[in-house]
Design a protein around this ligand. Structure first.
Ligand code: PLP
Ligand code: SF4
Length: 473
């Protein structure tokens, strides 16, 4: 062998390679296999819809499903009448309004709608609903209590959450902001966070007076619903503040209506202009998306996301961990690899917030910790999401495994959040995942109090012994 080749570790052409592991079968890389072709034509109402129409984002918006009657008109005899009755009853009880895009509707497996991960996220069925946990409340993250101006939550020292409007291209059953987002329902009269410039002005004035604020999350509702000129207005106002260095536009849109990234060039150009202006000012402007299941990502999604990438728009993803949707190792790994395949960085996986009316969708702290172990190591560290619990009561996001105490029997996890707020923050596993005798204890208010007090006392003890061993003062 040529000695030079040897020193740099190269091999002469044709030399046999020793494999330490056998190469994988390319067919096993399922995250690369994106659904393509006119898949929507399986839905009776869309049988004659051509590609140009389906890719038209305004057609998607206009034809969104907002009630059980429209659902019936779209999918017709793909499912039995009993299913529609179940949806009608679920719809009546739900804290969120219904809105499903034709894109999502086309991706649901109507042969088995009860098990389908997209149906579970957007269309309630009464037969699967479970009673709420007694510790649940409507605004569990106390976003309103931490809002100096309506719709501006300033919880962390250097960043704030700016809820610019209260509508979304679809409504998720599990929305944390069911206190404000979407139309009033039979069960919830919403707080108003309309897209009014007068309210925005109050928020801008507050931000400008806070030198420590550097990072603004523009959310809602959903940035997809902002008109192009509103993206420009908000972007320009934020970029003009010396203190603001980072802006994120948050949207579920790419997951539920990816065609907007292909056909709404006005919106896309407005976003691109803000990103480019930010870059010239040495400020980061990025897009944060919300994909939860690999089935949400098709060849249309890849085309839309490729477009963002070509425009130099960095995209990160935040998922919610949802029972029956992405709570298996296989689904979570495929989701993460598929996001990476489309150049989206998986940023967070949130433990499902303590939201009303969706106990069938929450999982346990244990499940989140287990999944986290199975995810770290499969891909690049910067494509590895951090699993967090957004601590009920306003403690902010904590690493899911960083609890001071977790009683797996009663399903109580206790977190602290030293840089954010003093005190203890409790997360509760869904009751139906606990042993029958513990479920019975949760039915008794006196027992509830005892379980909570015991968990807090154990957390306090753990914290004291940690403090004794710690060198941090
Ligand atoms: C999530 C969140 C942020 C942003 O937090 P990151 O961890 O930086 O993504 C800011 N403010 C509020 C109130 C939030 O909930
Ligand atoms: S897109 Fe976000 S804000 Fe809108 S309903 Fe879904 S979770 Fe809530």
């Amino acid at each position: 062998m040529d000695p030079d080749l040897k020193t740099i570790g190269a091999r002469p052409p044709g030399a046999e390679i020793t494999h330490l592991k056998p190469p994988v079968d390319p067919a096993s890389l399922t995250y690369k296999q994106l659904l393509d072709g006119p898949f929507w034509q399986r839905v009776p109402a869309y049988q004659r819809i051509d590609e140009a129409t389906f890719l038209d984002w305004s057609w998607q918006a206009k034809n969104s499903i907002t009630n059980p009657a429209k659902l019936l008109a779209a999918i017709q005899d793909l499912v039995p009448q009993t299913f529609f009755d179940d949806v009608a009853a679920g719809f009546h009880q739900a804290p969120m309004a219904i809105r499903v895009s034709p894109y999502i509707l086309s991706l649901i497996n109507w042969d088995d709608p009860y098990a389908d991960p997209l149906r579970r996220q957007f269309i309630p069925v009464a037969s699967k609903l479970r009673p709420d946990h007694p510790e649940l409340e409507l605004d569990s993250l106390h976003e309103q209590a931490d809002a100096p101006v309506p719709g501006l939550t300033h919880r962390y020292p250097d960043k704030a959450l700016f809820l610019v409007l209260d509508t979304c291209p679809v409504y998720c059953r599990f929305c944390t902001r069911s206190y404000a987002v979407g139309l009033d329902t039979d069960n919830v009269e919403k707080v108003s966070l309309k897209a009014t410039e007068a309210r925005w002005e109050q928020a801008f004035a507050y931000m400008a007076q806070r030198p420590e604020l550097e990072d603004i999350v523009v959310s809602g509702g959903d940035s997809y619903q902002l008109k192009a000129r509103q993206i420009t207005l908000i972007g320009e106002r934020l970029l003009a503040m010396d203190n603001i260095k980072r802006i994120r536009f948050a949207t579920k849109g790419p997951a539920v209506m990816p065609m907007k990234l292909i056909t709404d060039t006005e919106w896309l150009d407005a976003l691109t202009a803000i990103v480019e202006k930010g870059r010239r000012l040495h400020k980061e402007v990025v897009l944060h998306t919300h994909f939860n299941h690999p089935n949400e990502m098709t060849a249309i999604t890849k085309r839309g996301l490729d477009g963002l990438f070509e425009r130099g728009i960095l995209t990160r993803n935040q998922s919610v961990l949802i029972r029956g949707v992405n709570d298996t190792v296989g689904e979570m790994q495929t989701l993460i690899k598929r996001l990476g395949h489309c150049q989206v960085q998986p940023y967070y996986v949130y433990l499902h917030d303590m939201v009303k009316g969706v106990e069938d969708l929450r999982t346990t702290v244990q499940t989140a910790c287990d999944l986290e172990r199975h995810v770290r190591g499969i891909t690049a560290g910067f494509h590895t999401p951090t699993f967090v619990c957004d601590a009920p009561g306003g403690g902010g996001k904590r690493n899911v495994h960083s609890f001071e105490h977790y009683d797996r029997e009663t399903g109580i996890a206790v977190y602290t959040a030293p840089p954010v707020k003093p005190g203890y923050f409790l997360y509760f596993d869904p009751i139906d995942t606990l042993a029958p005798e513990v479920q019975a204890r949760w039915a008794d208010p006196a027992e509830q109090r005892r379980m909570v007090e015991a968990a807090v006392a154990a957390a306090h003890e753990a914290q004291r012994s940690n403090a004794r061993a710690s060198s941090i003062r």
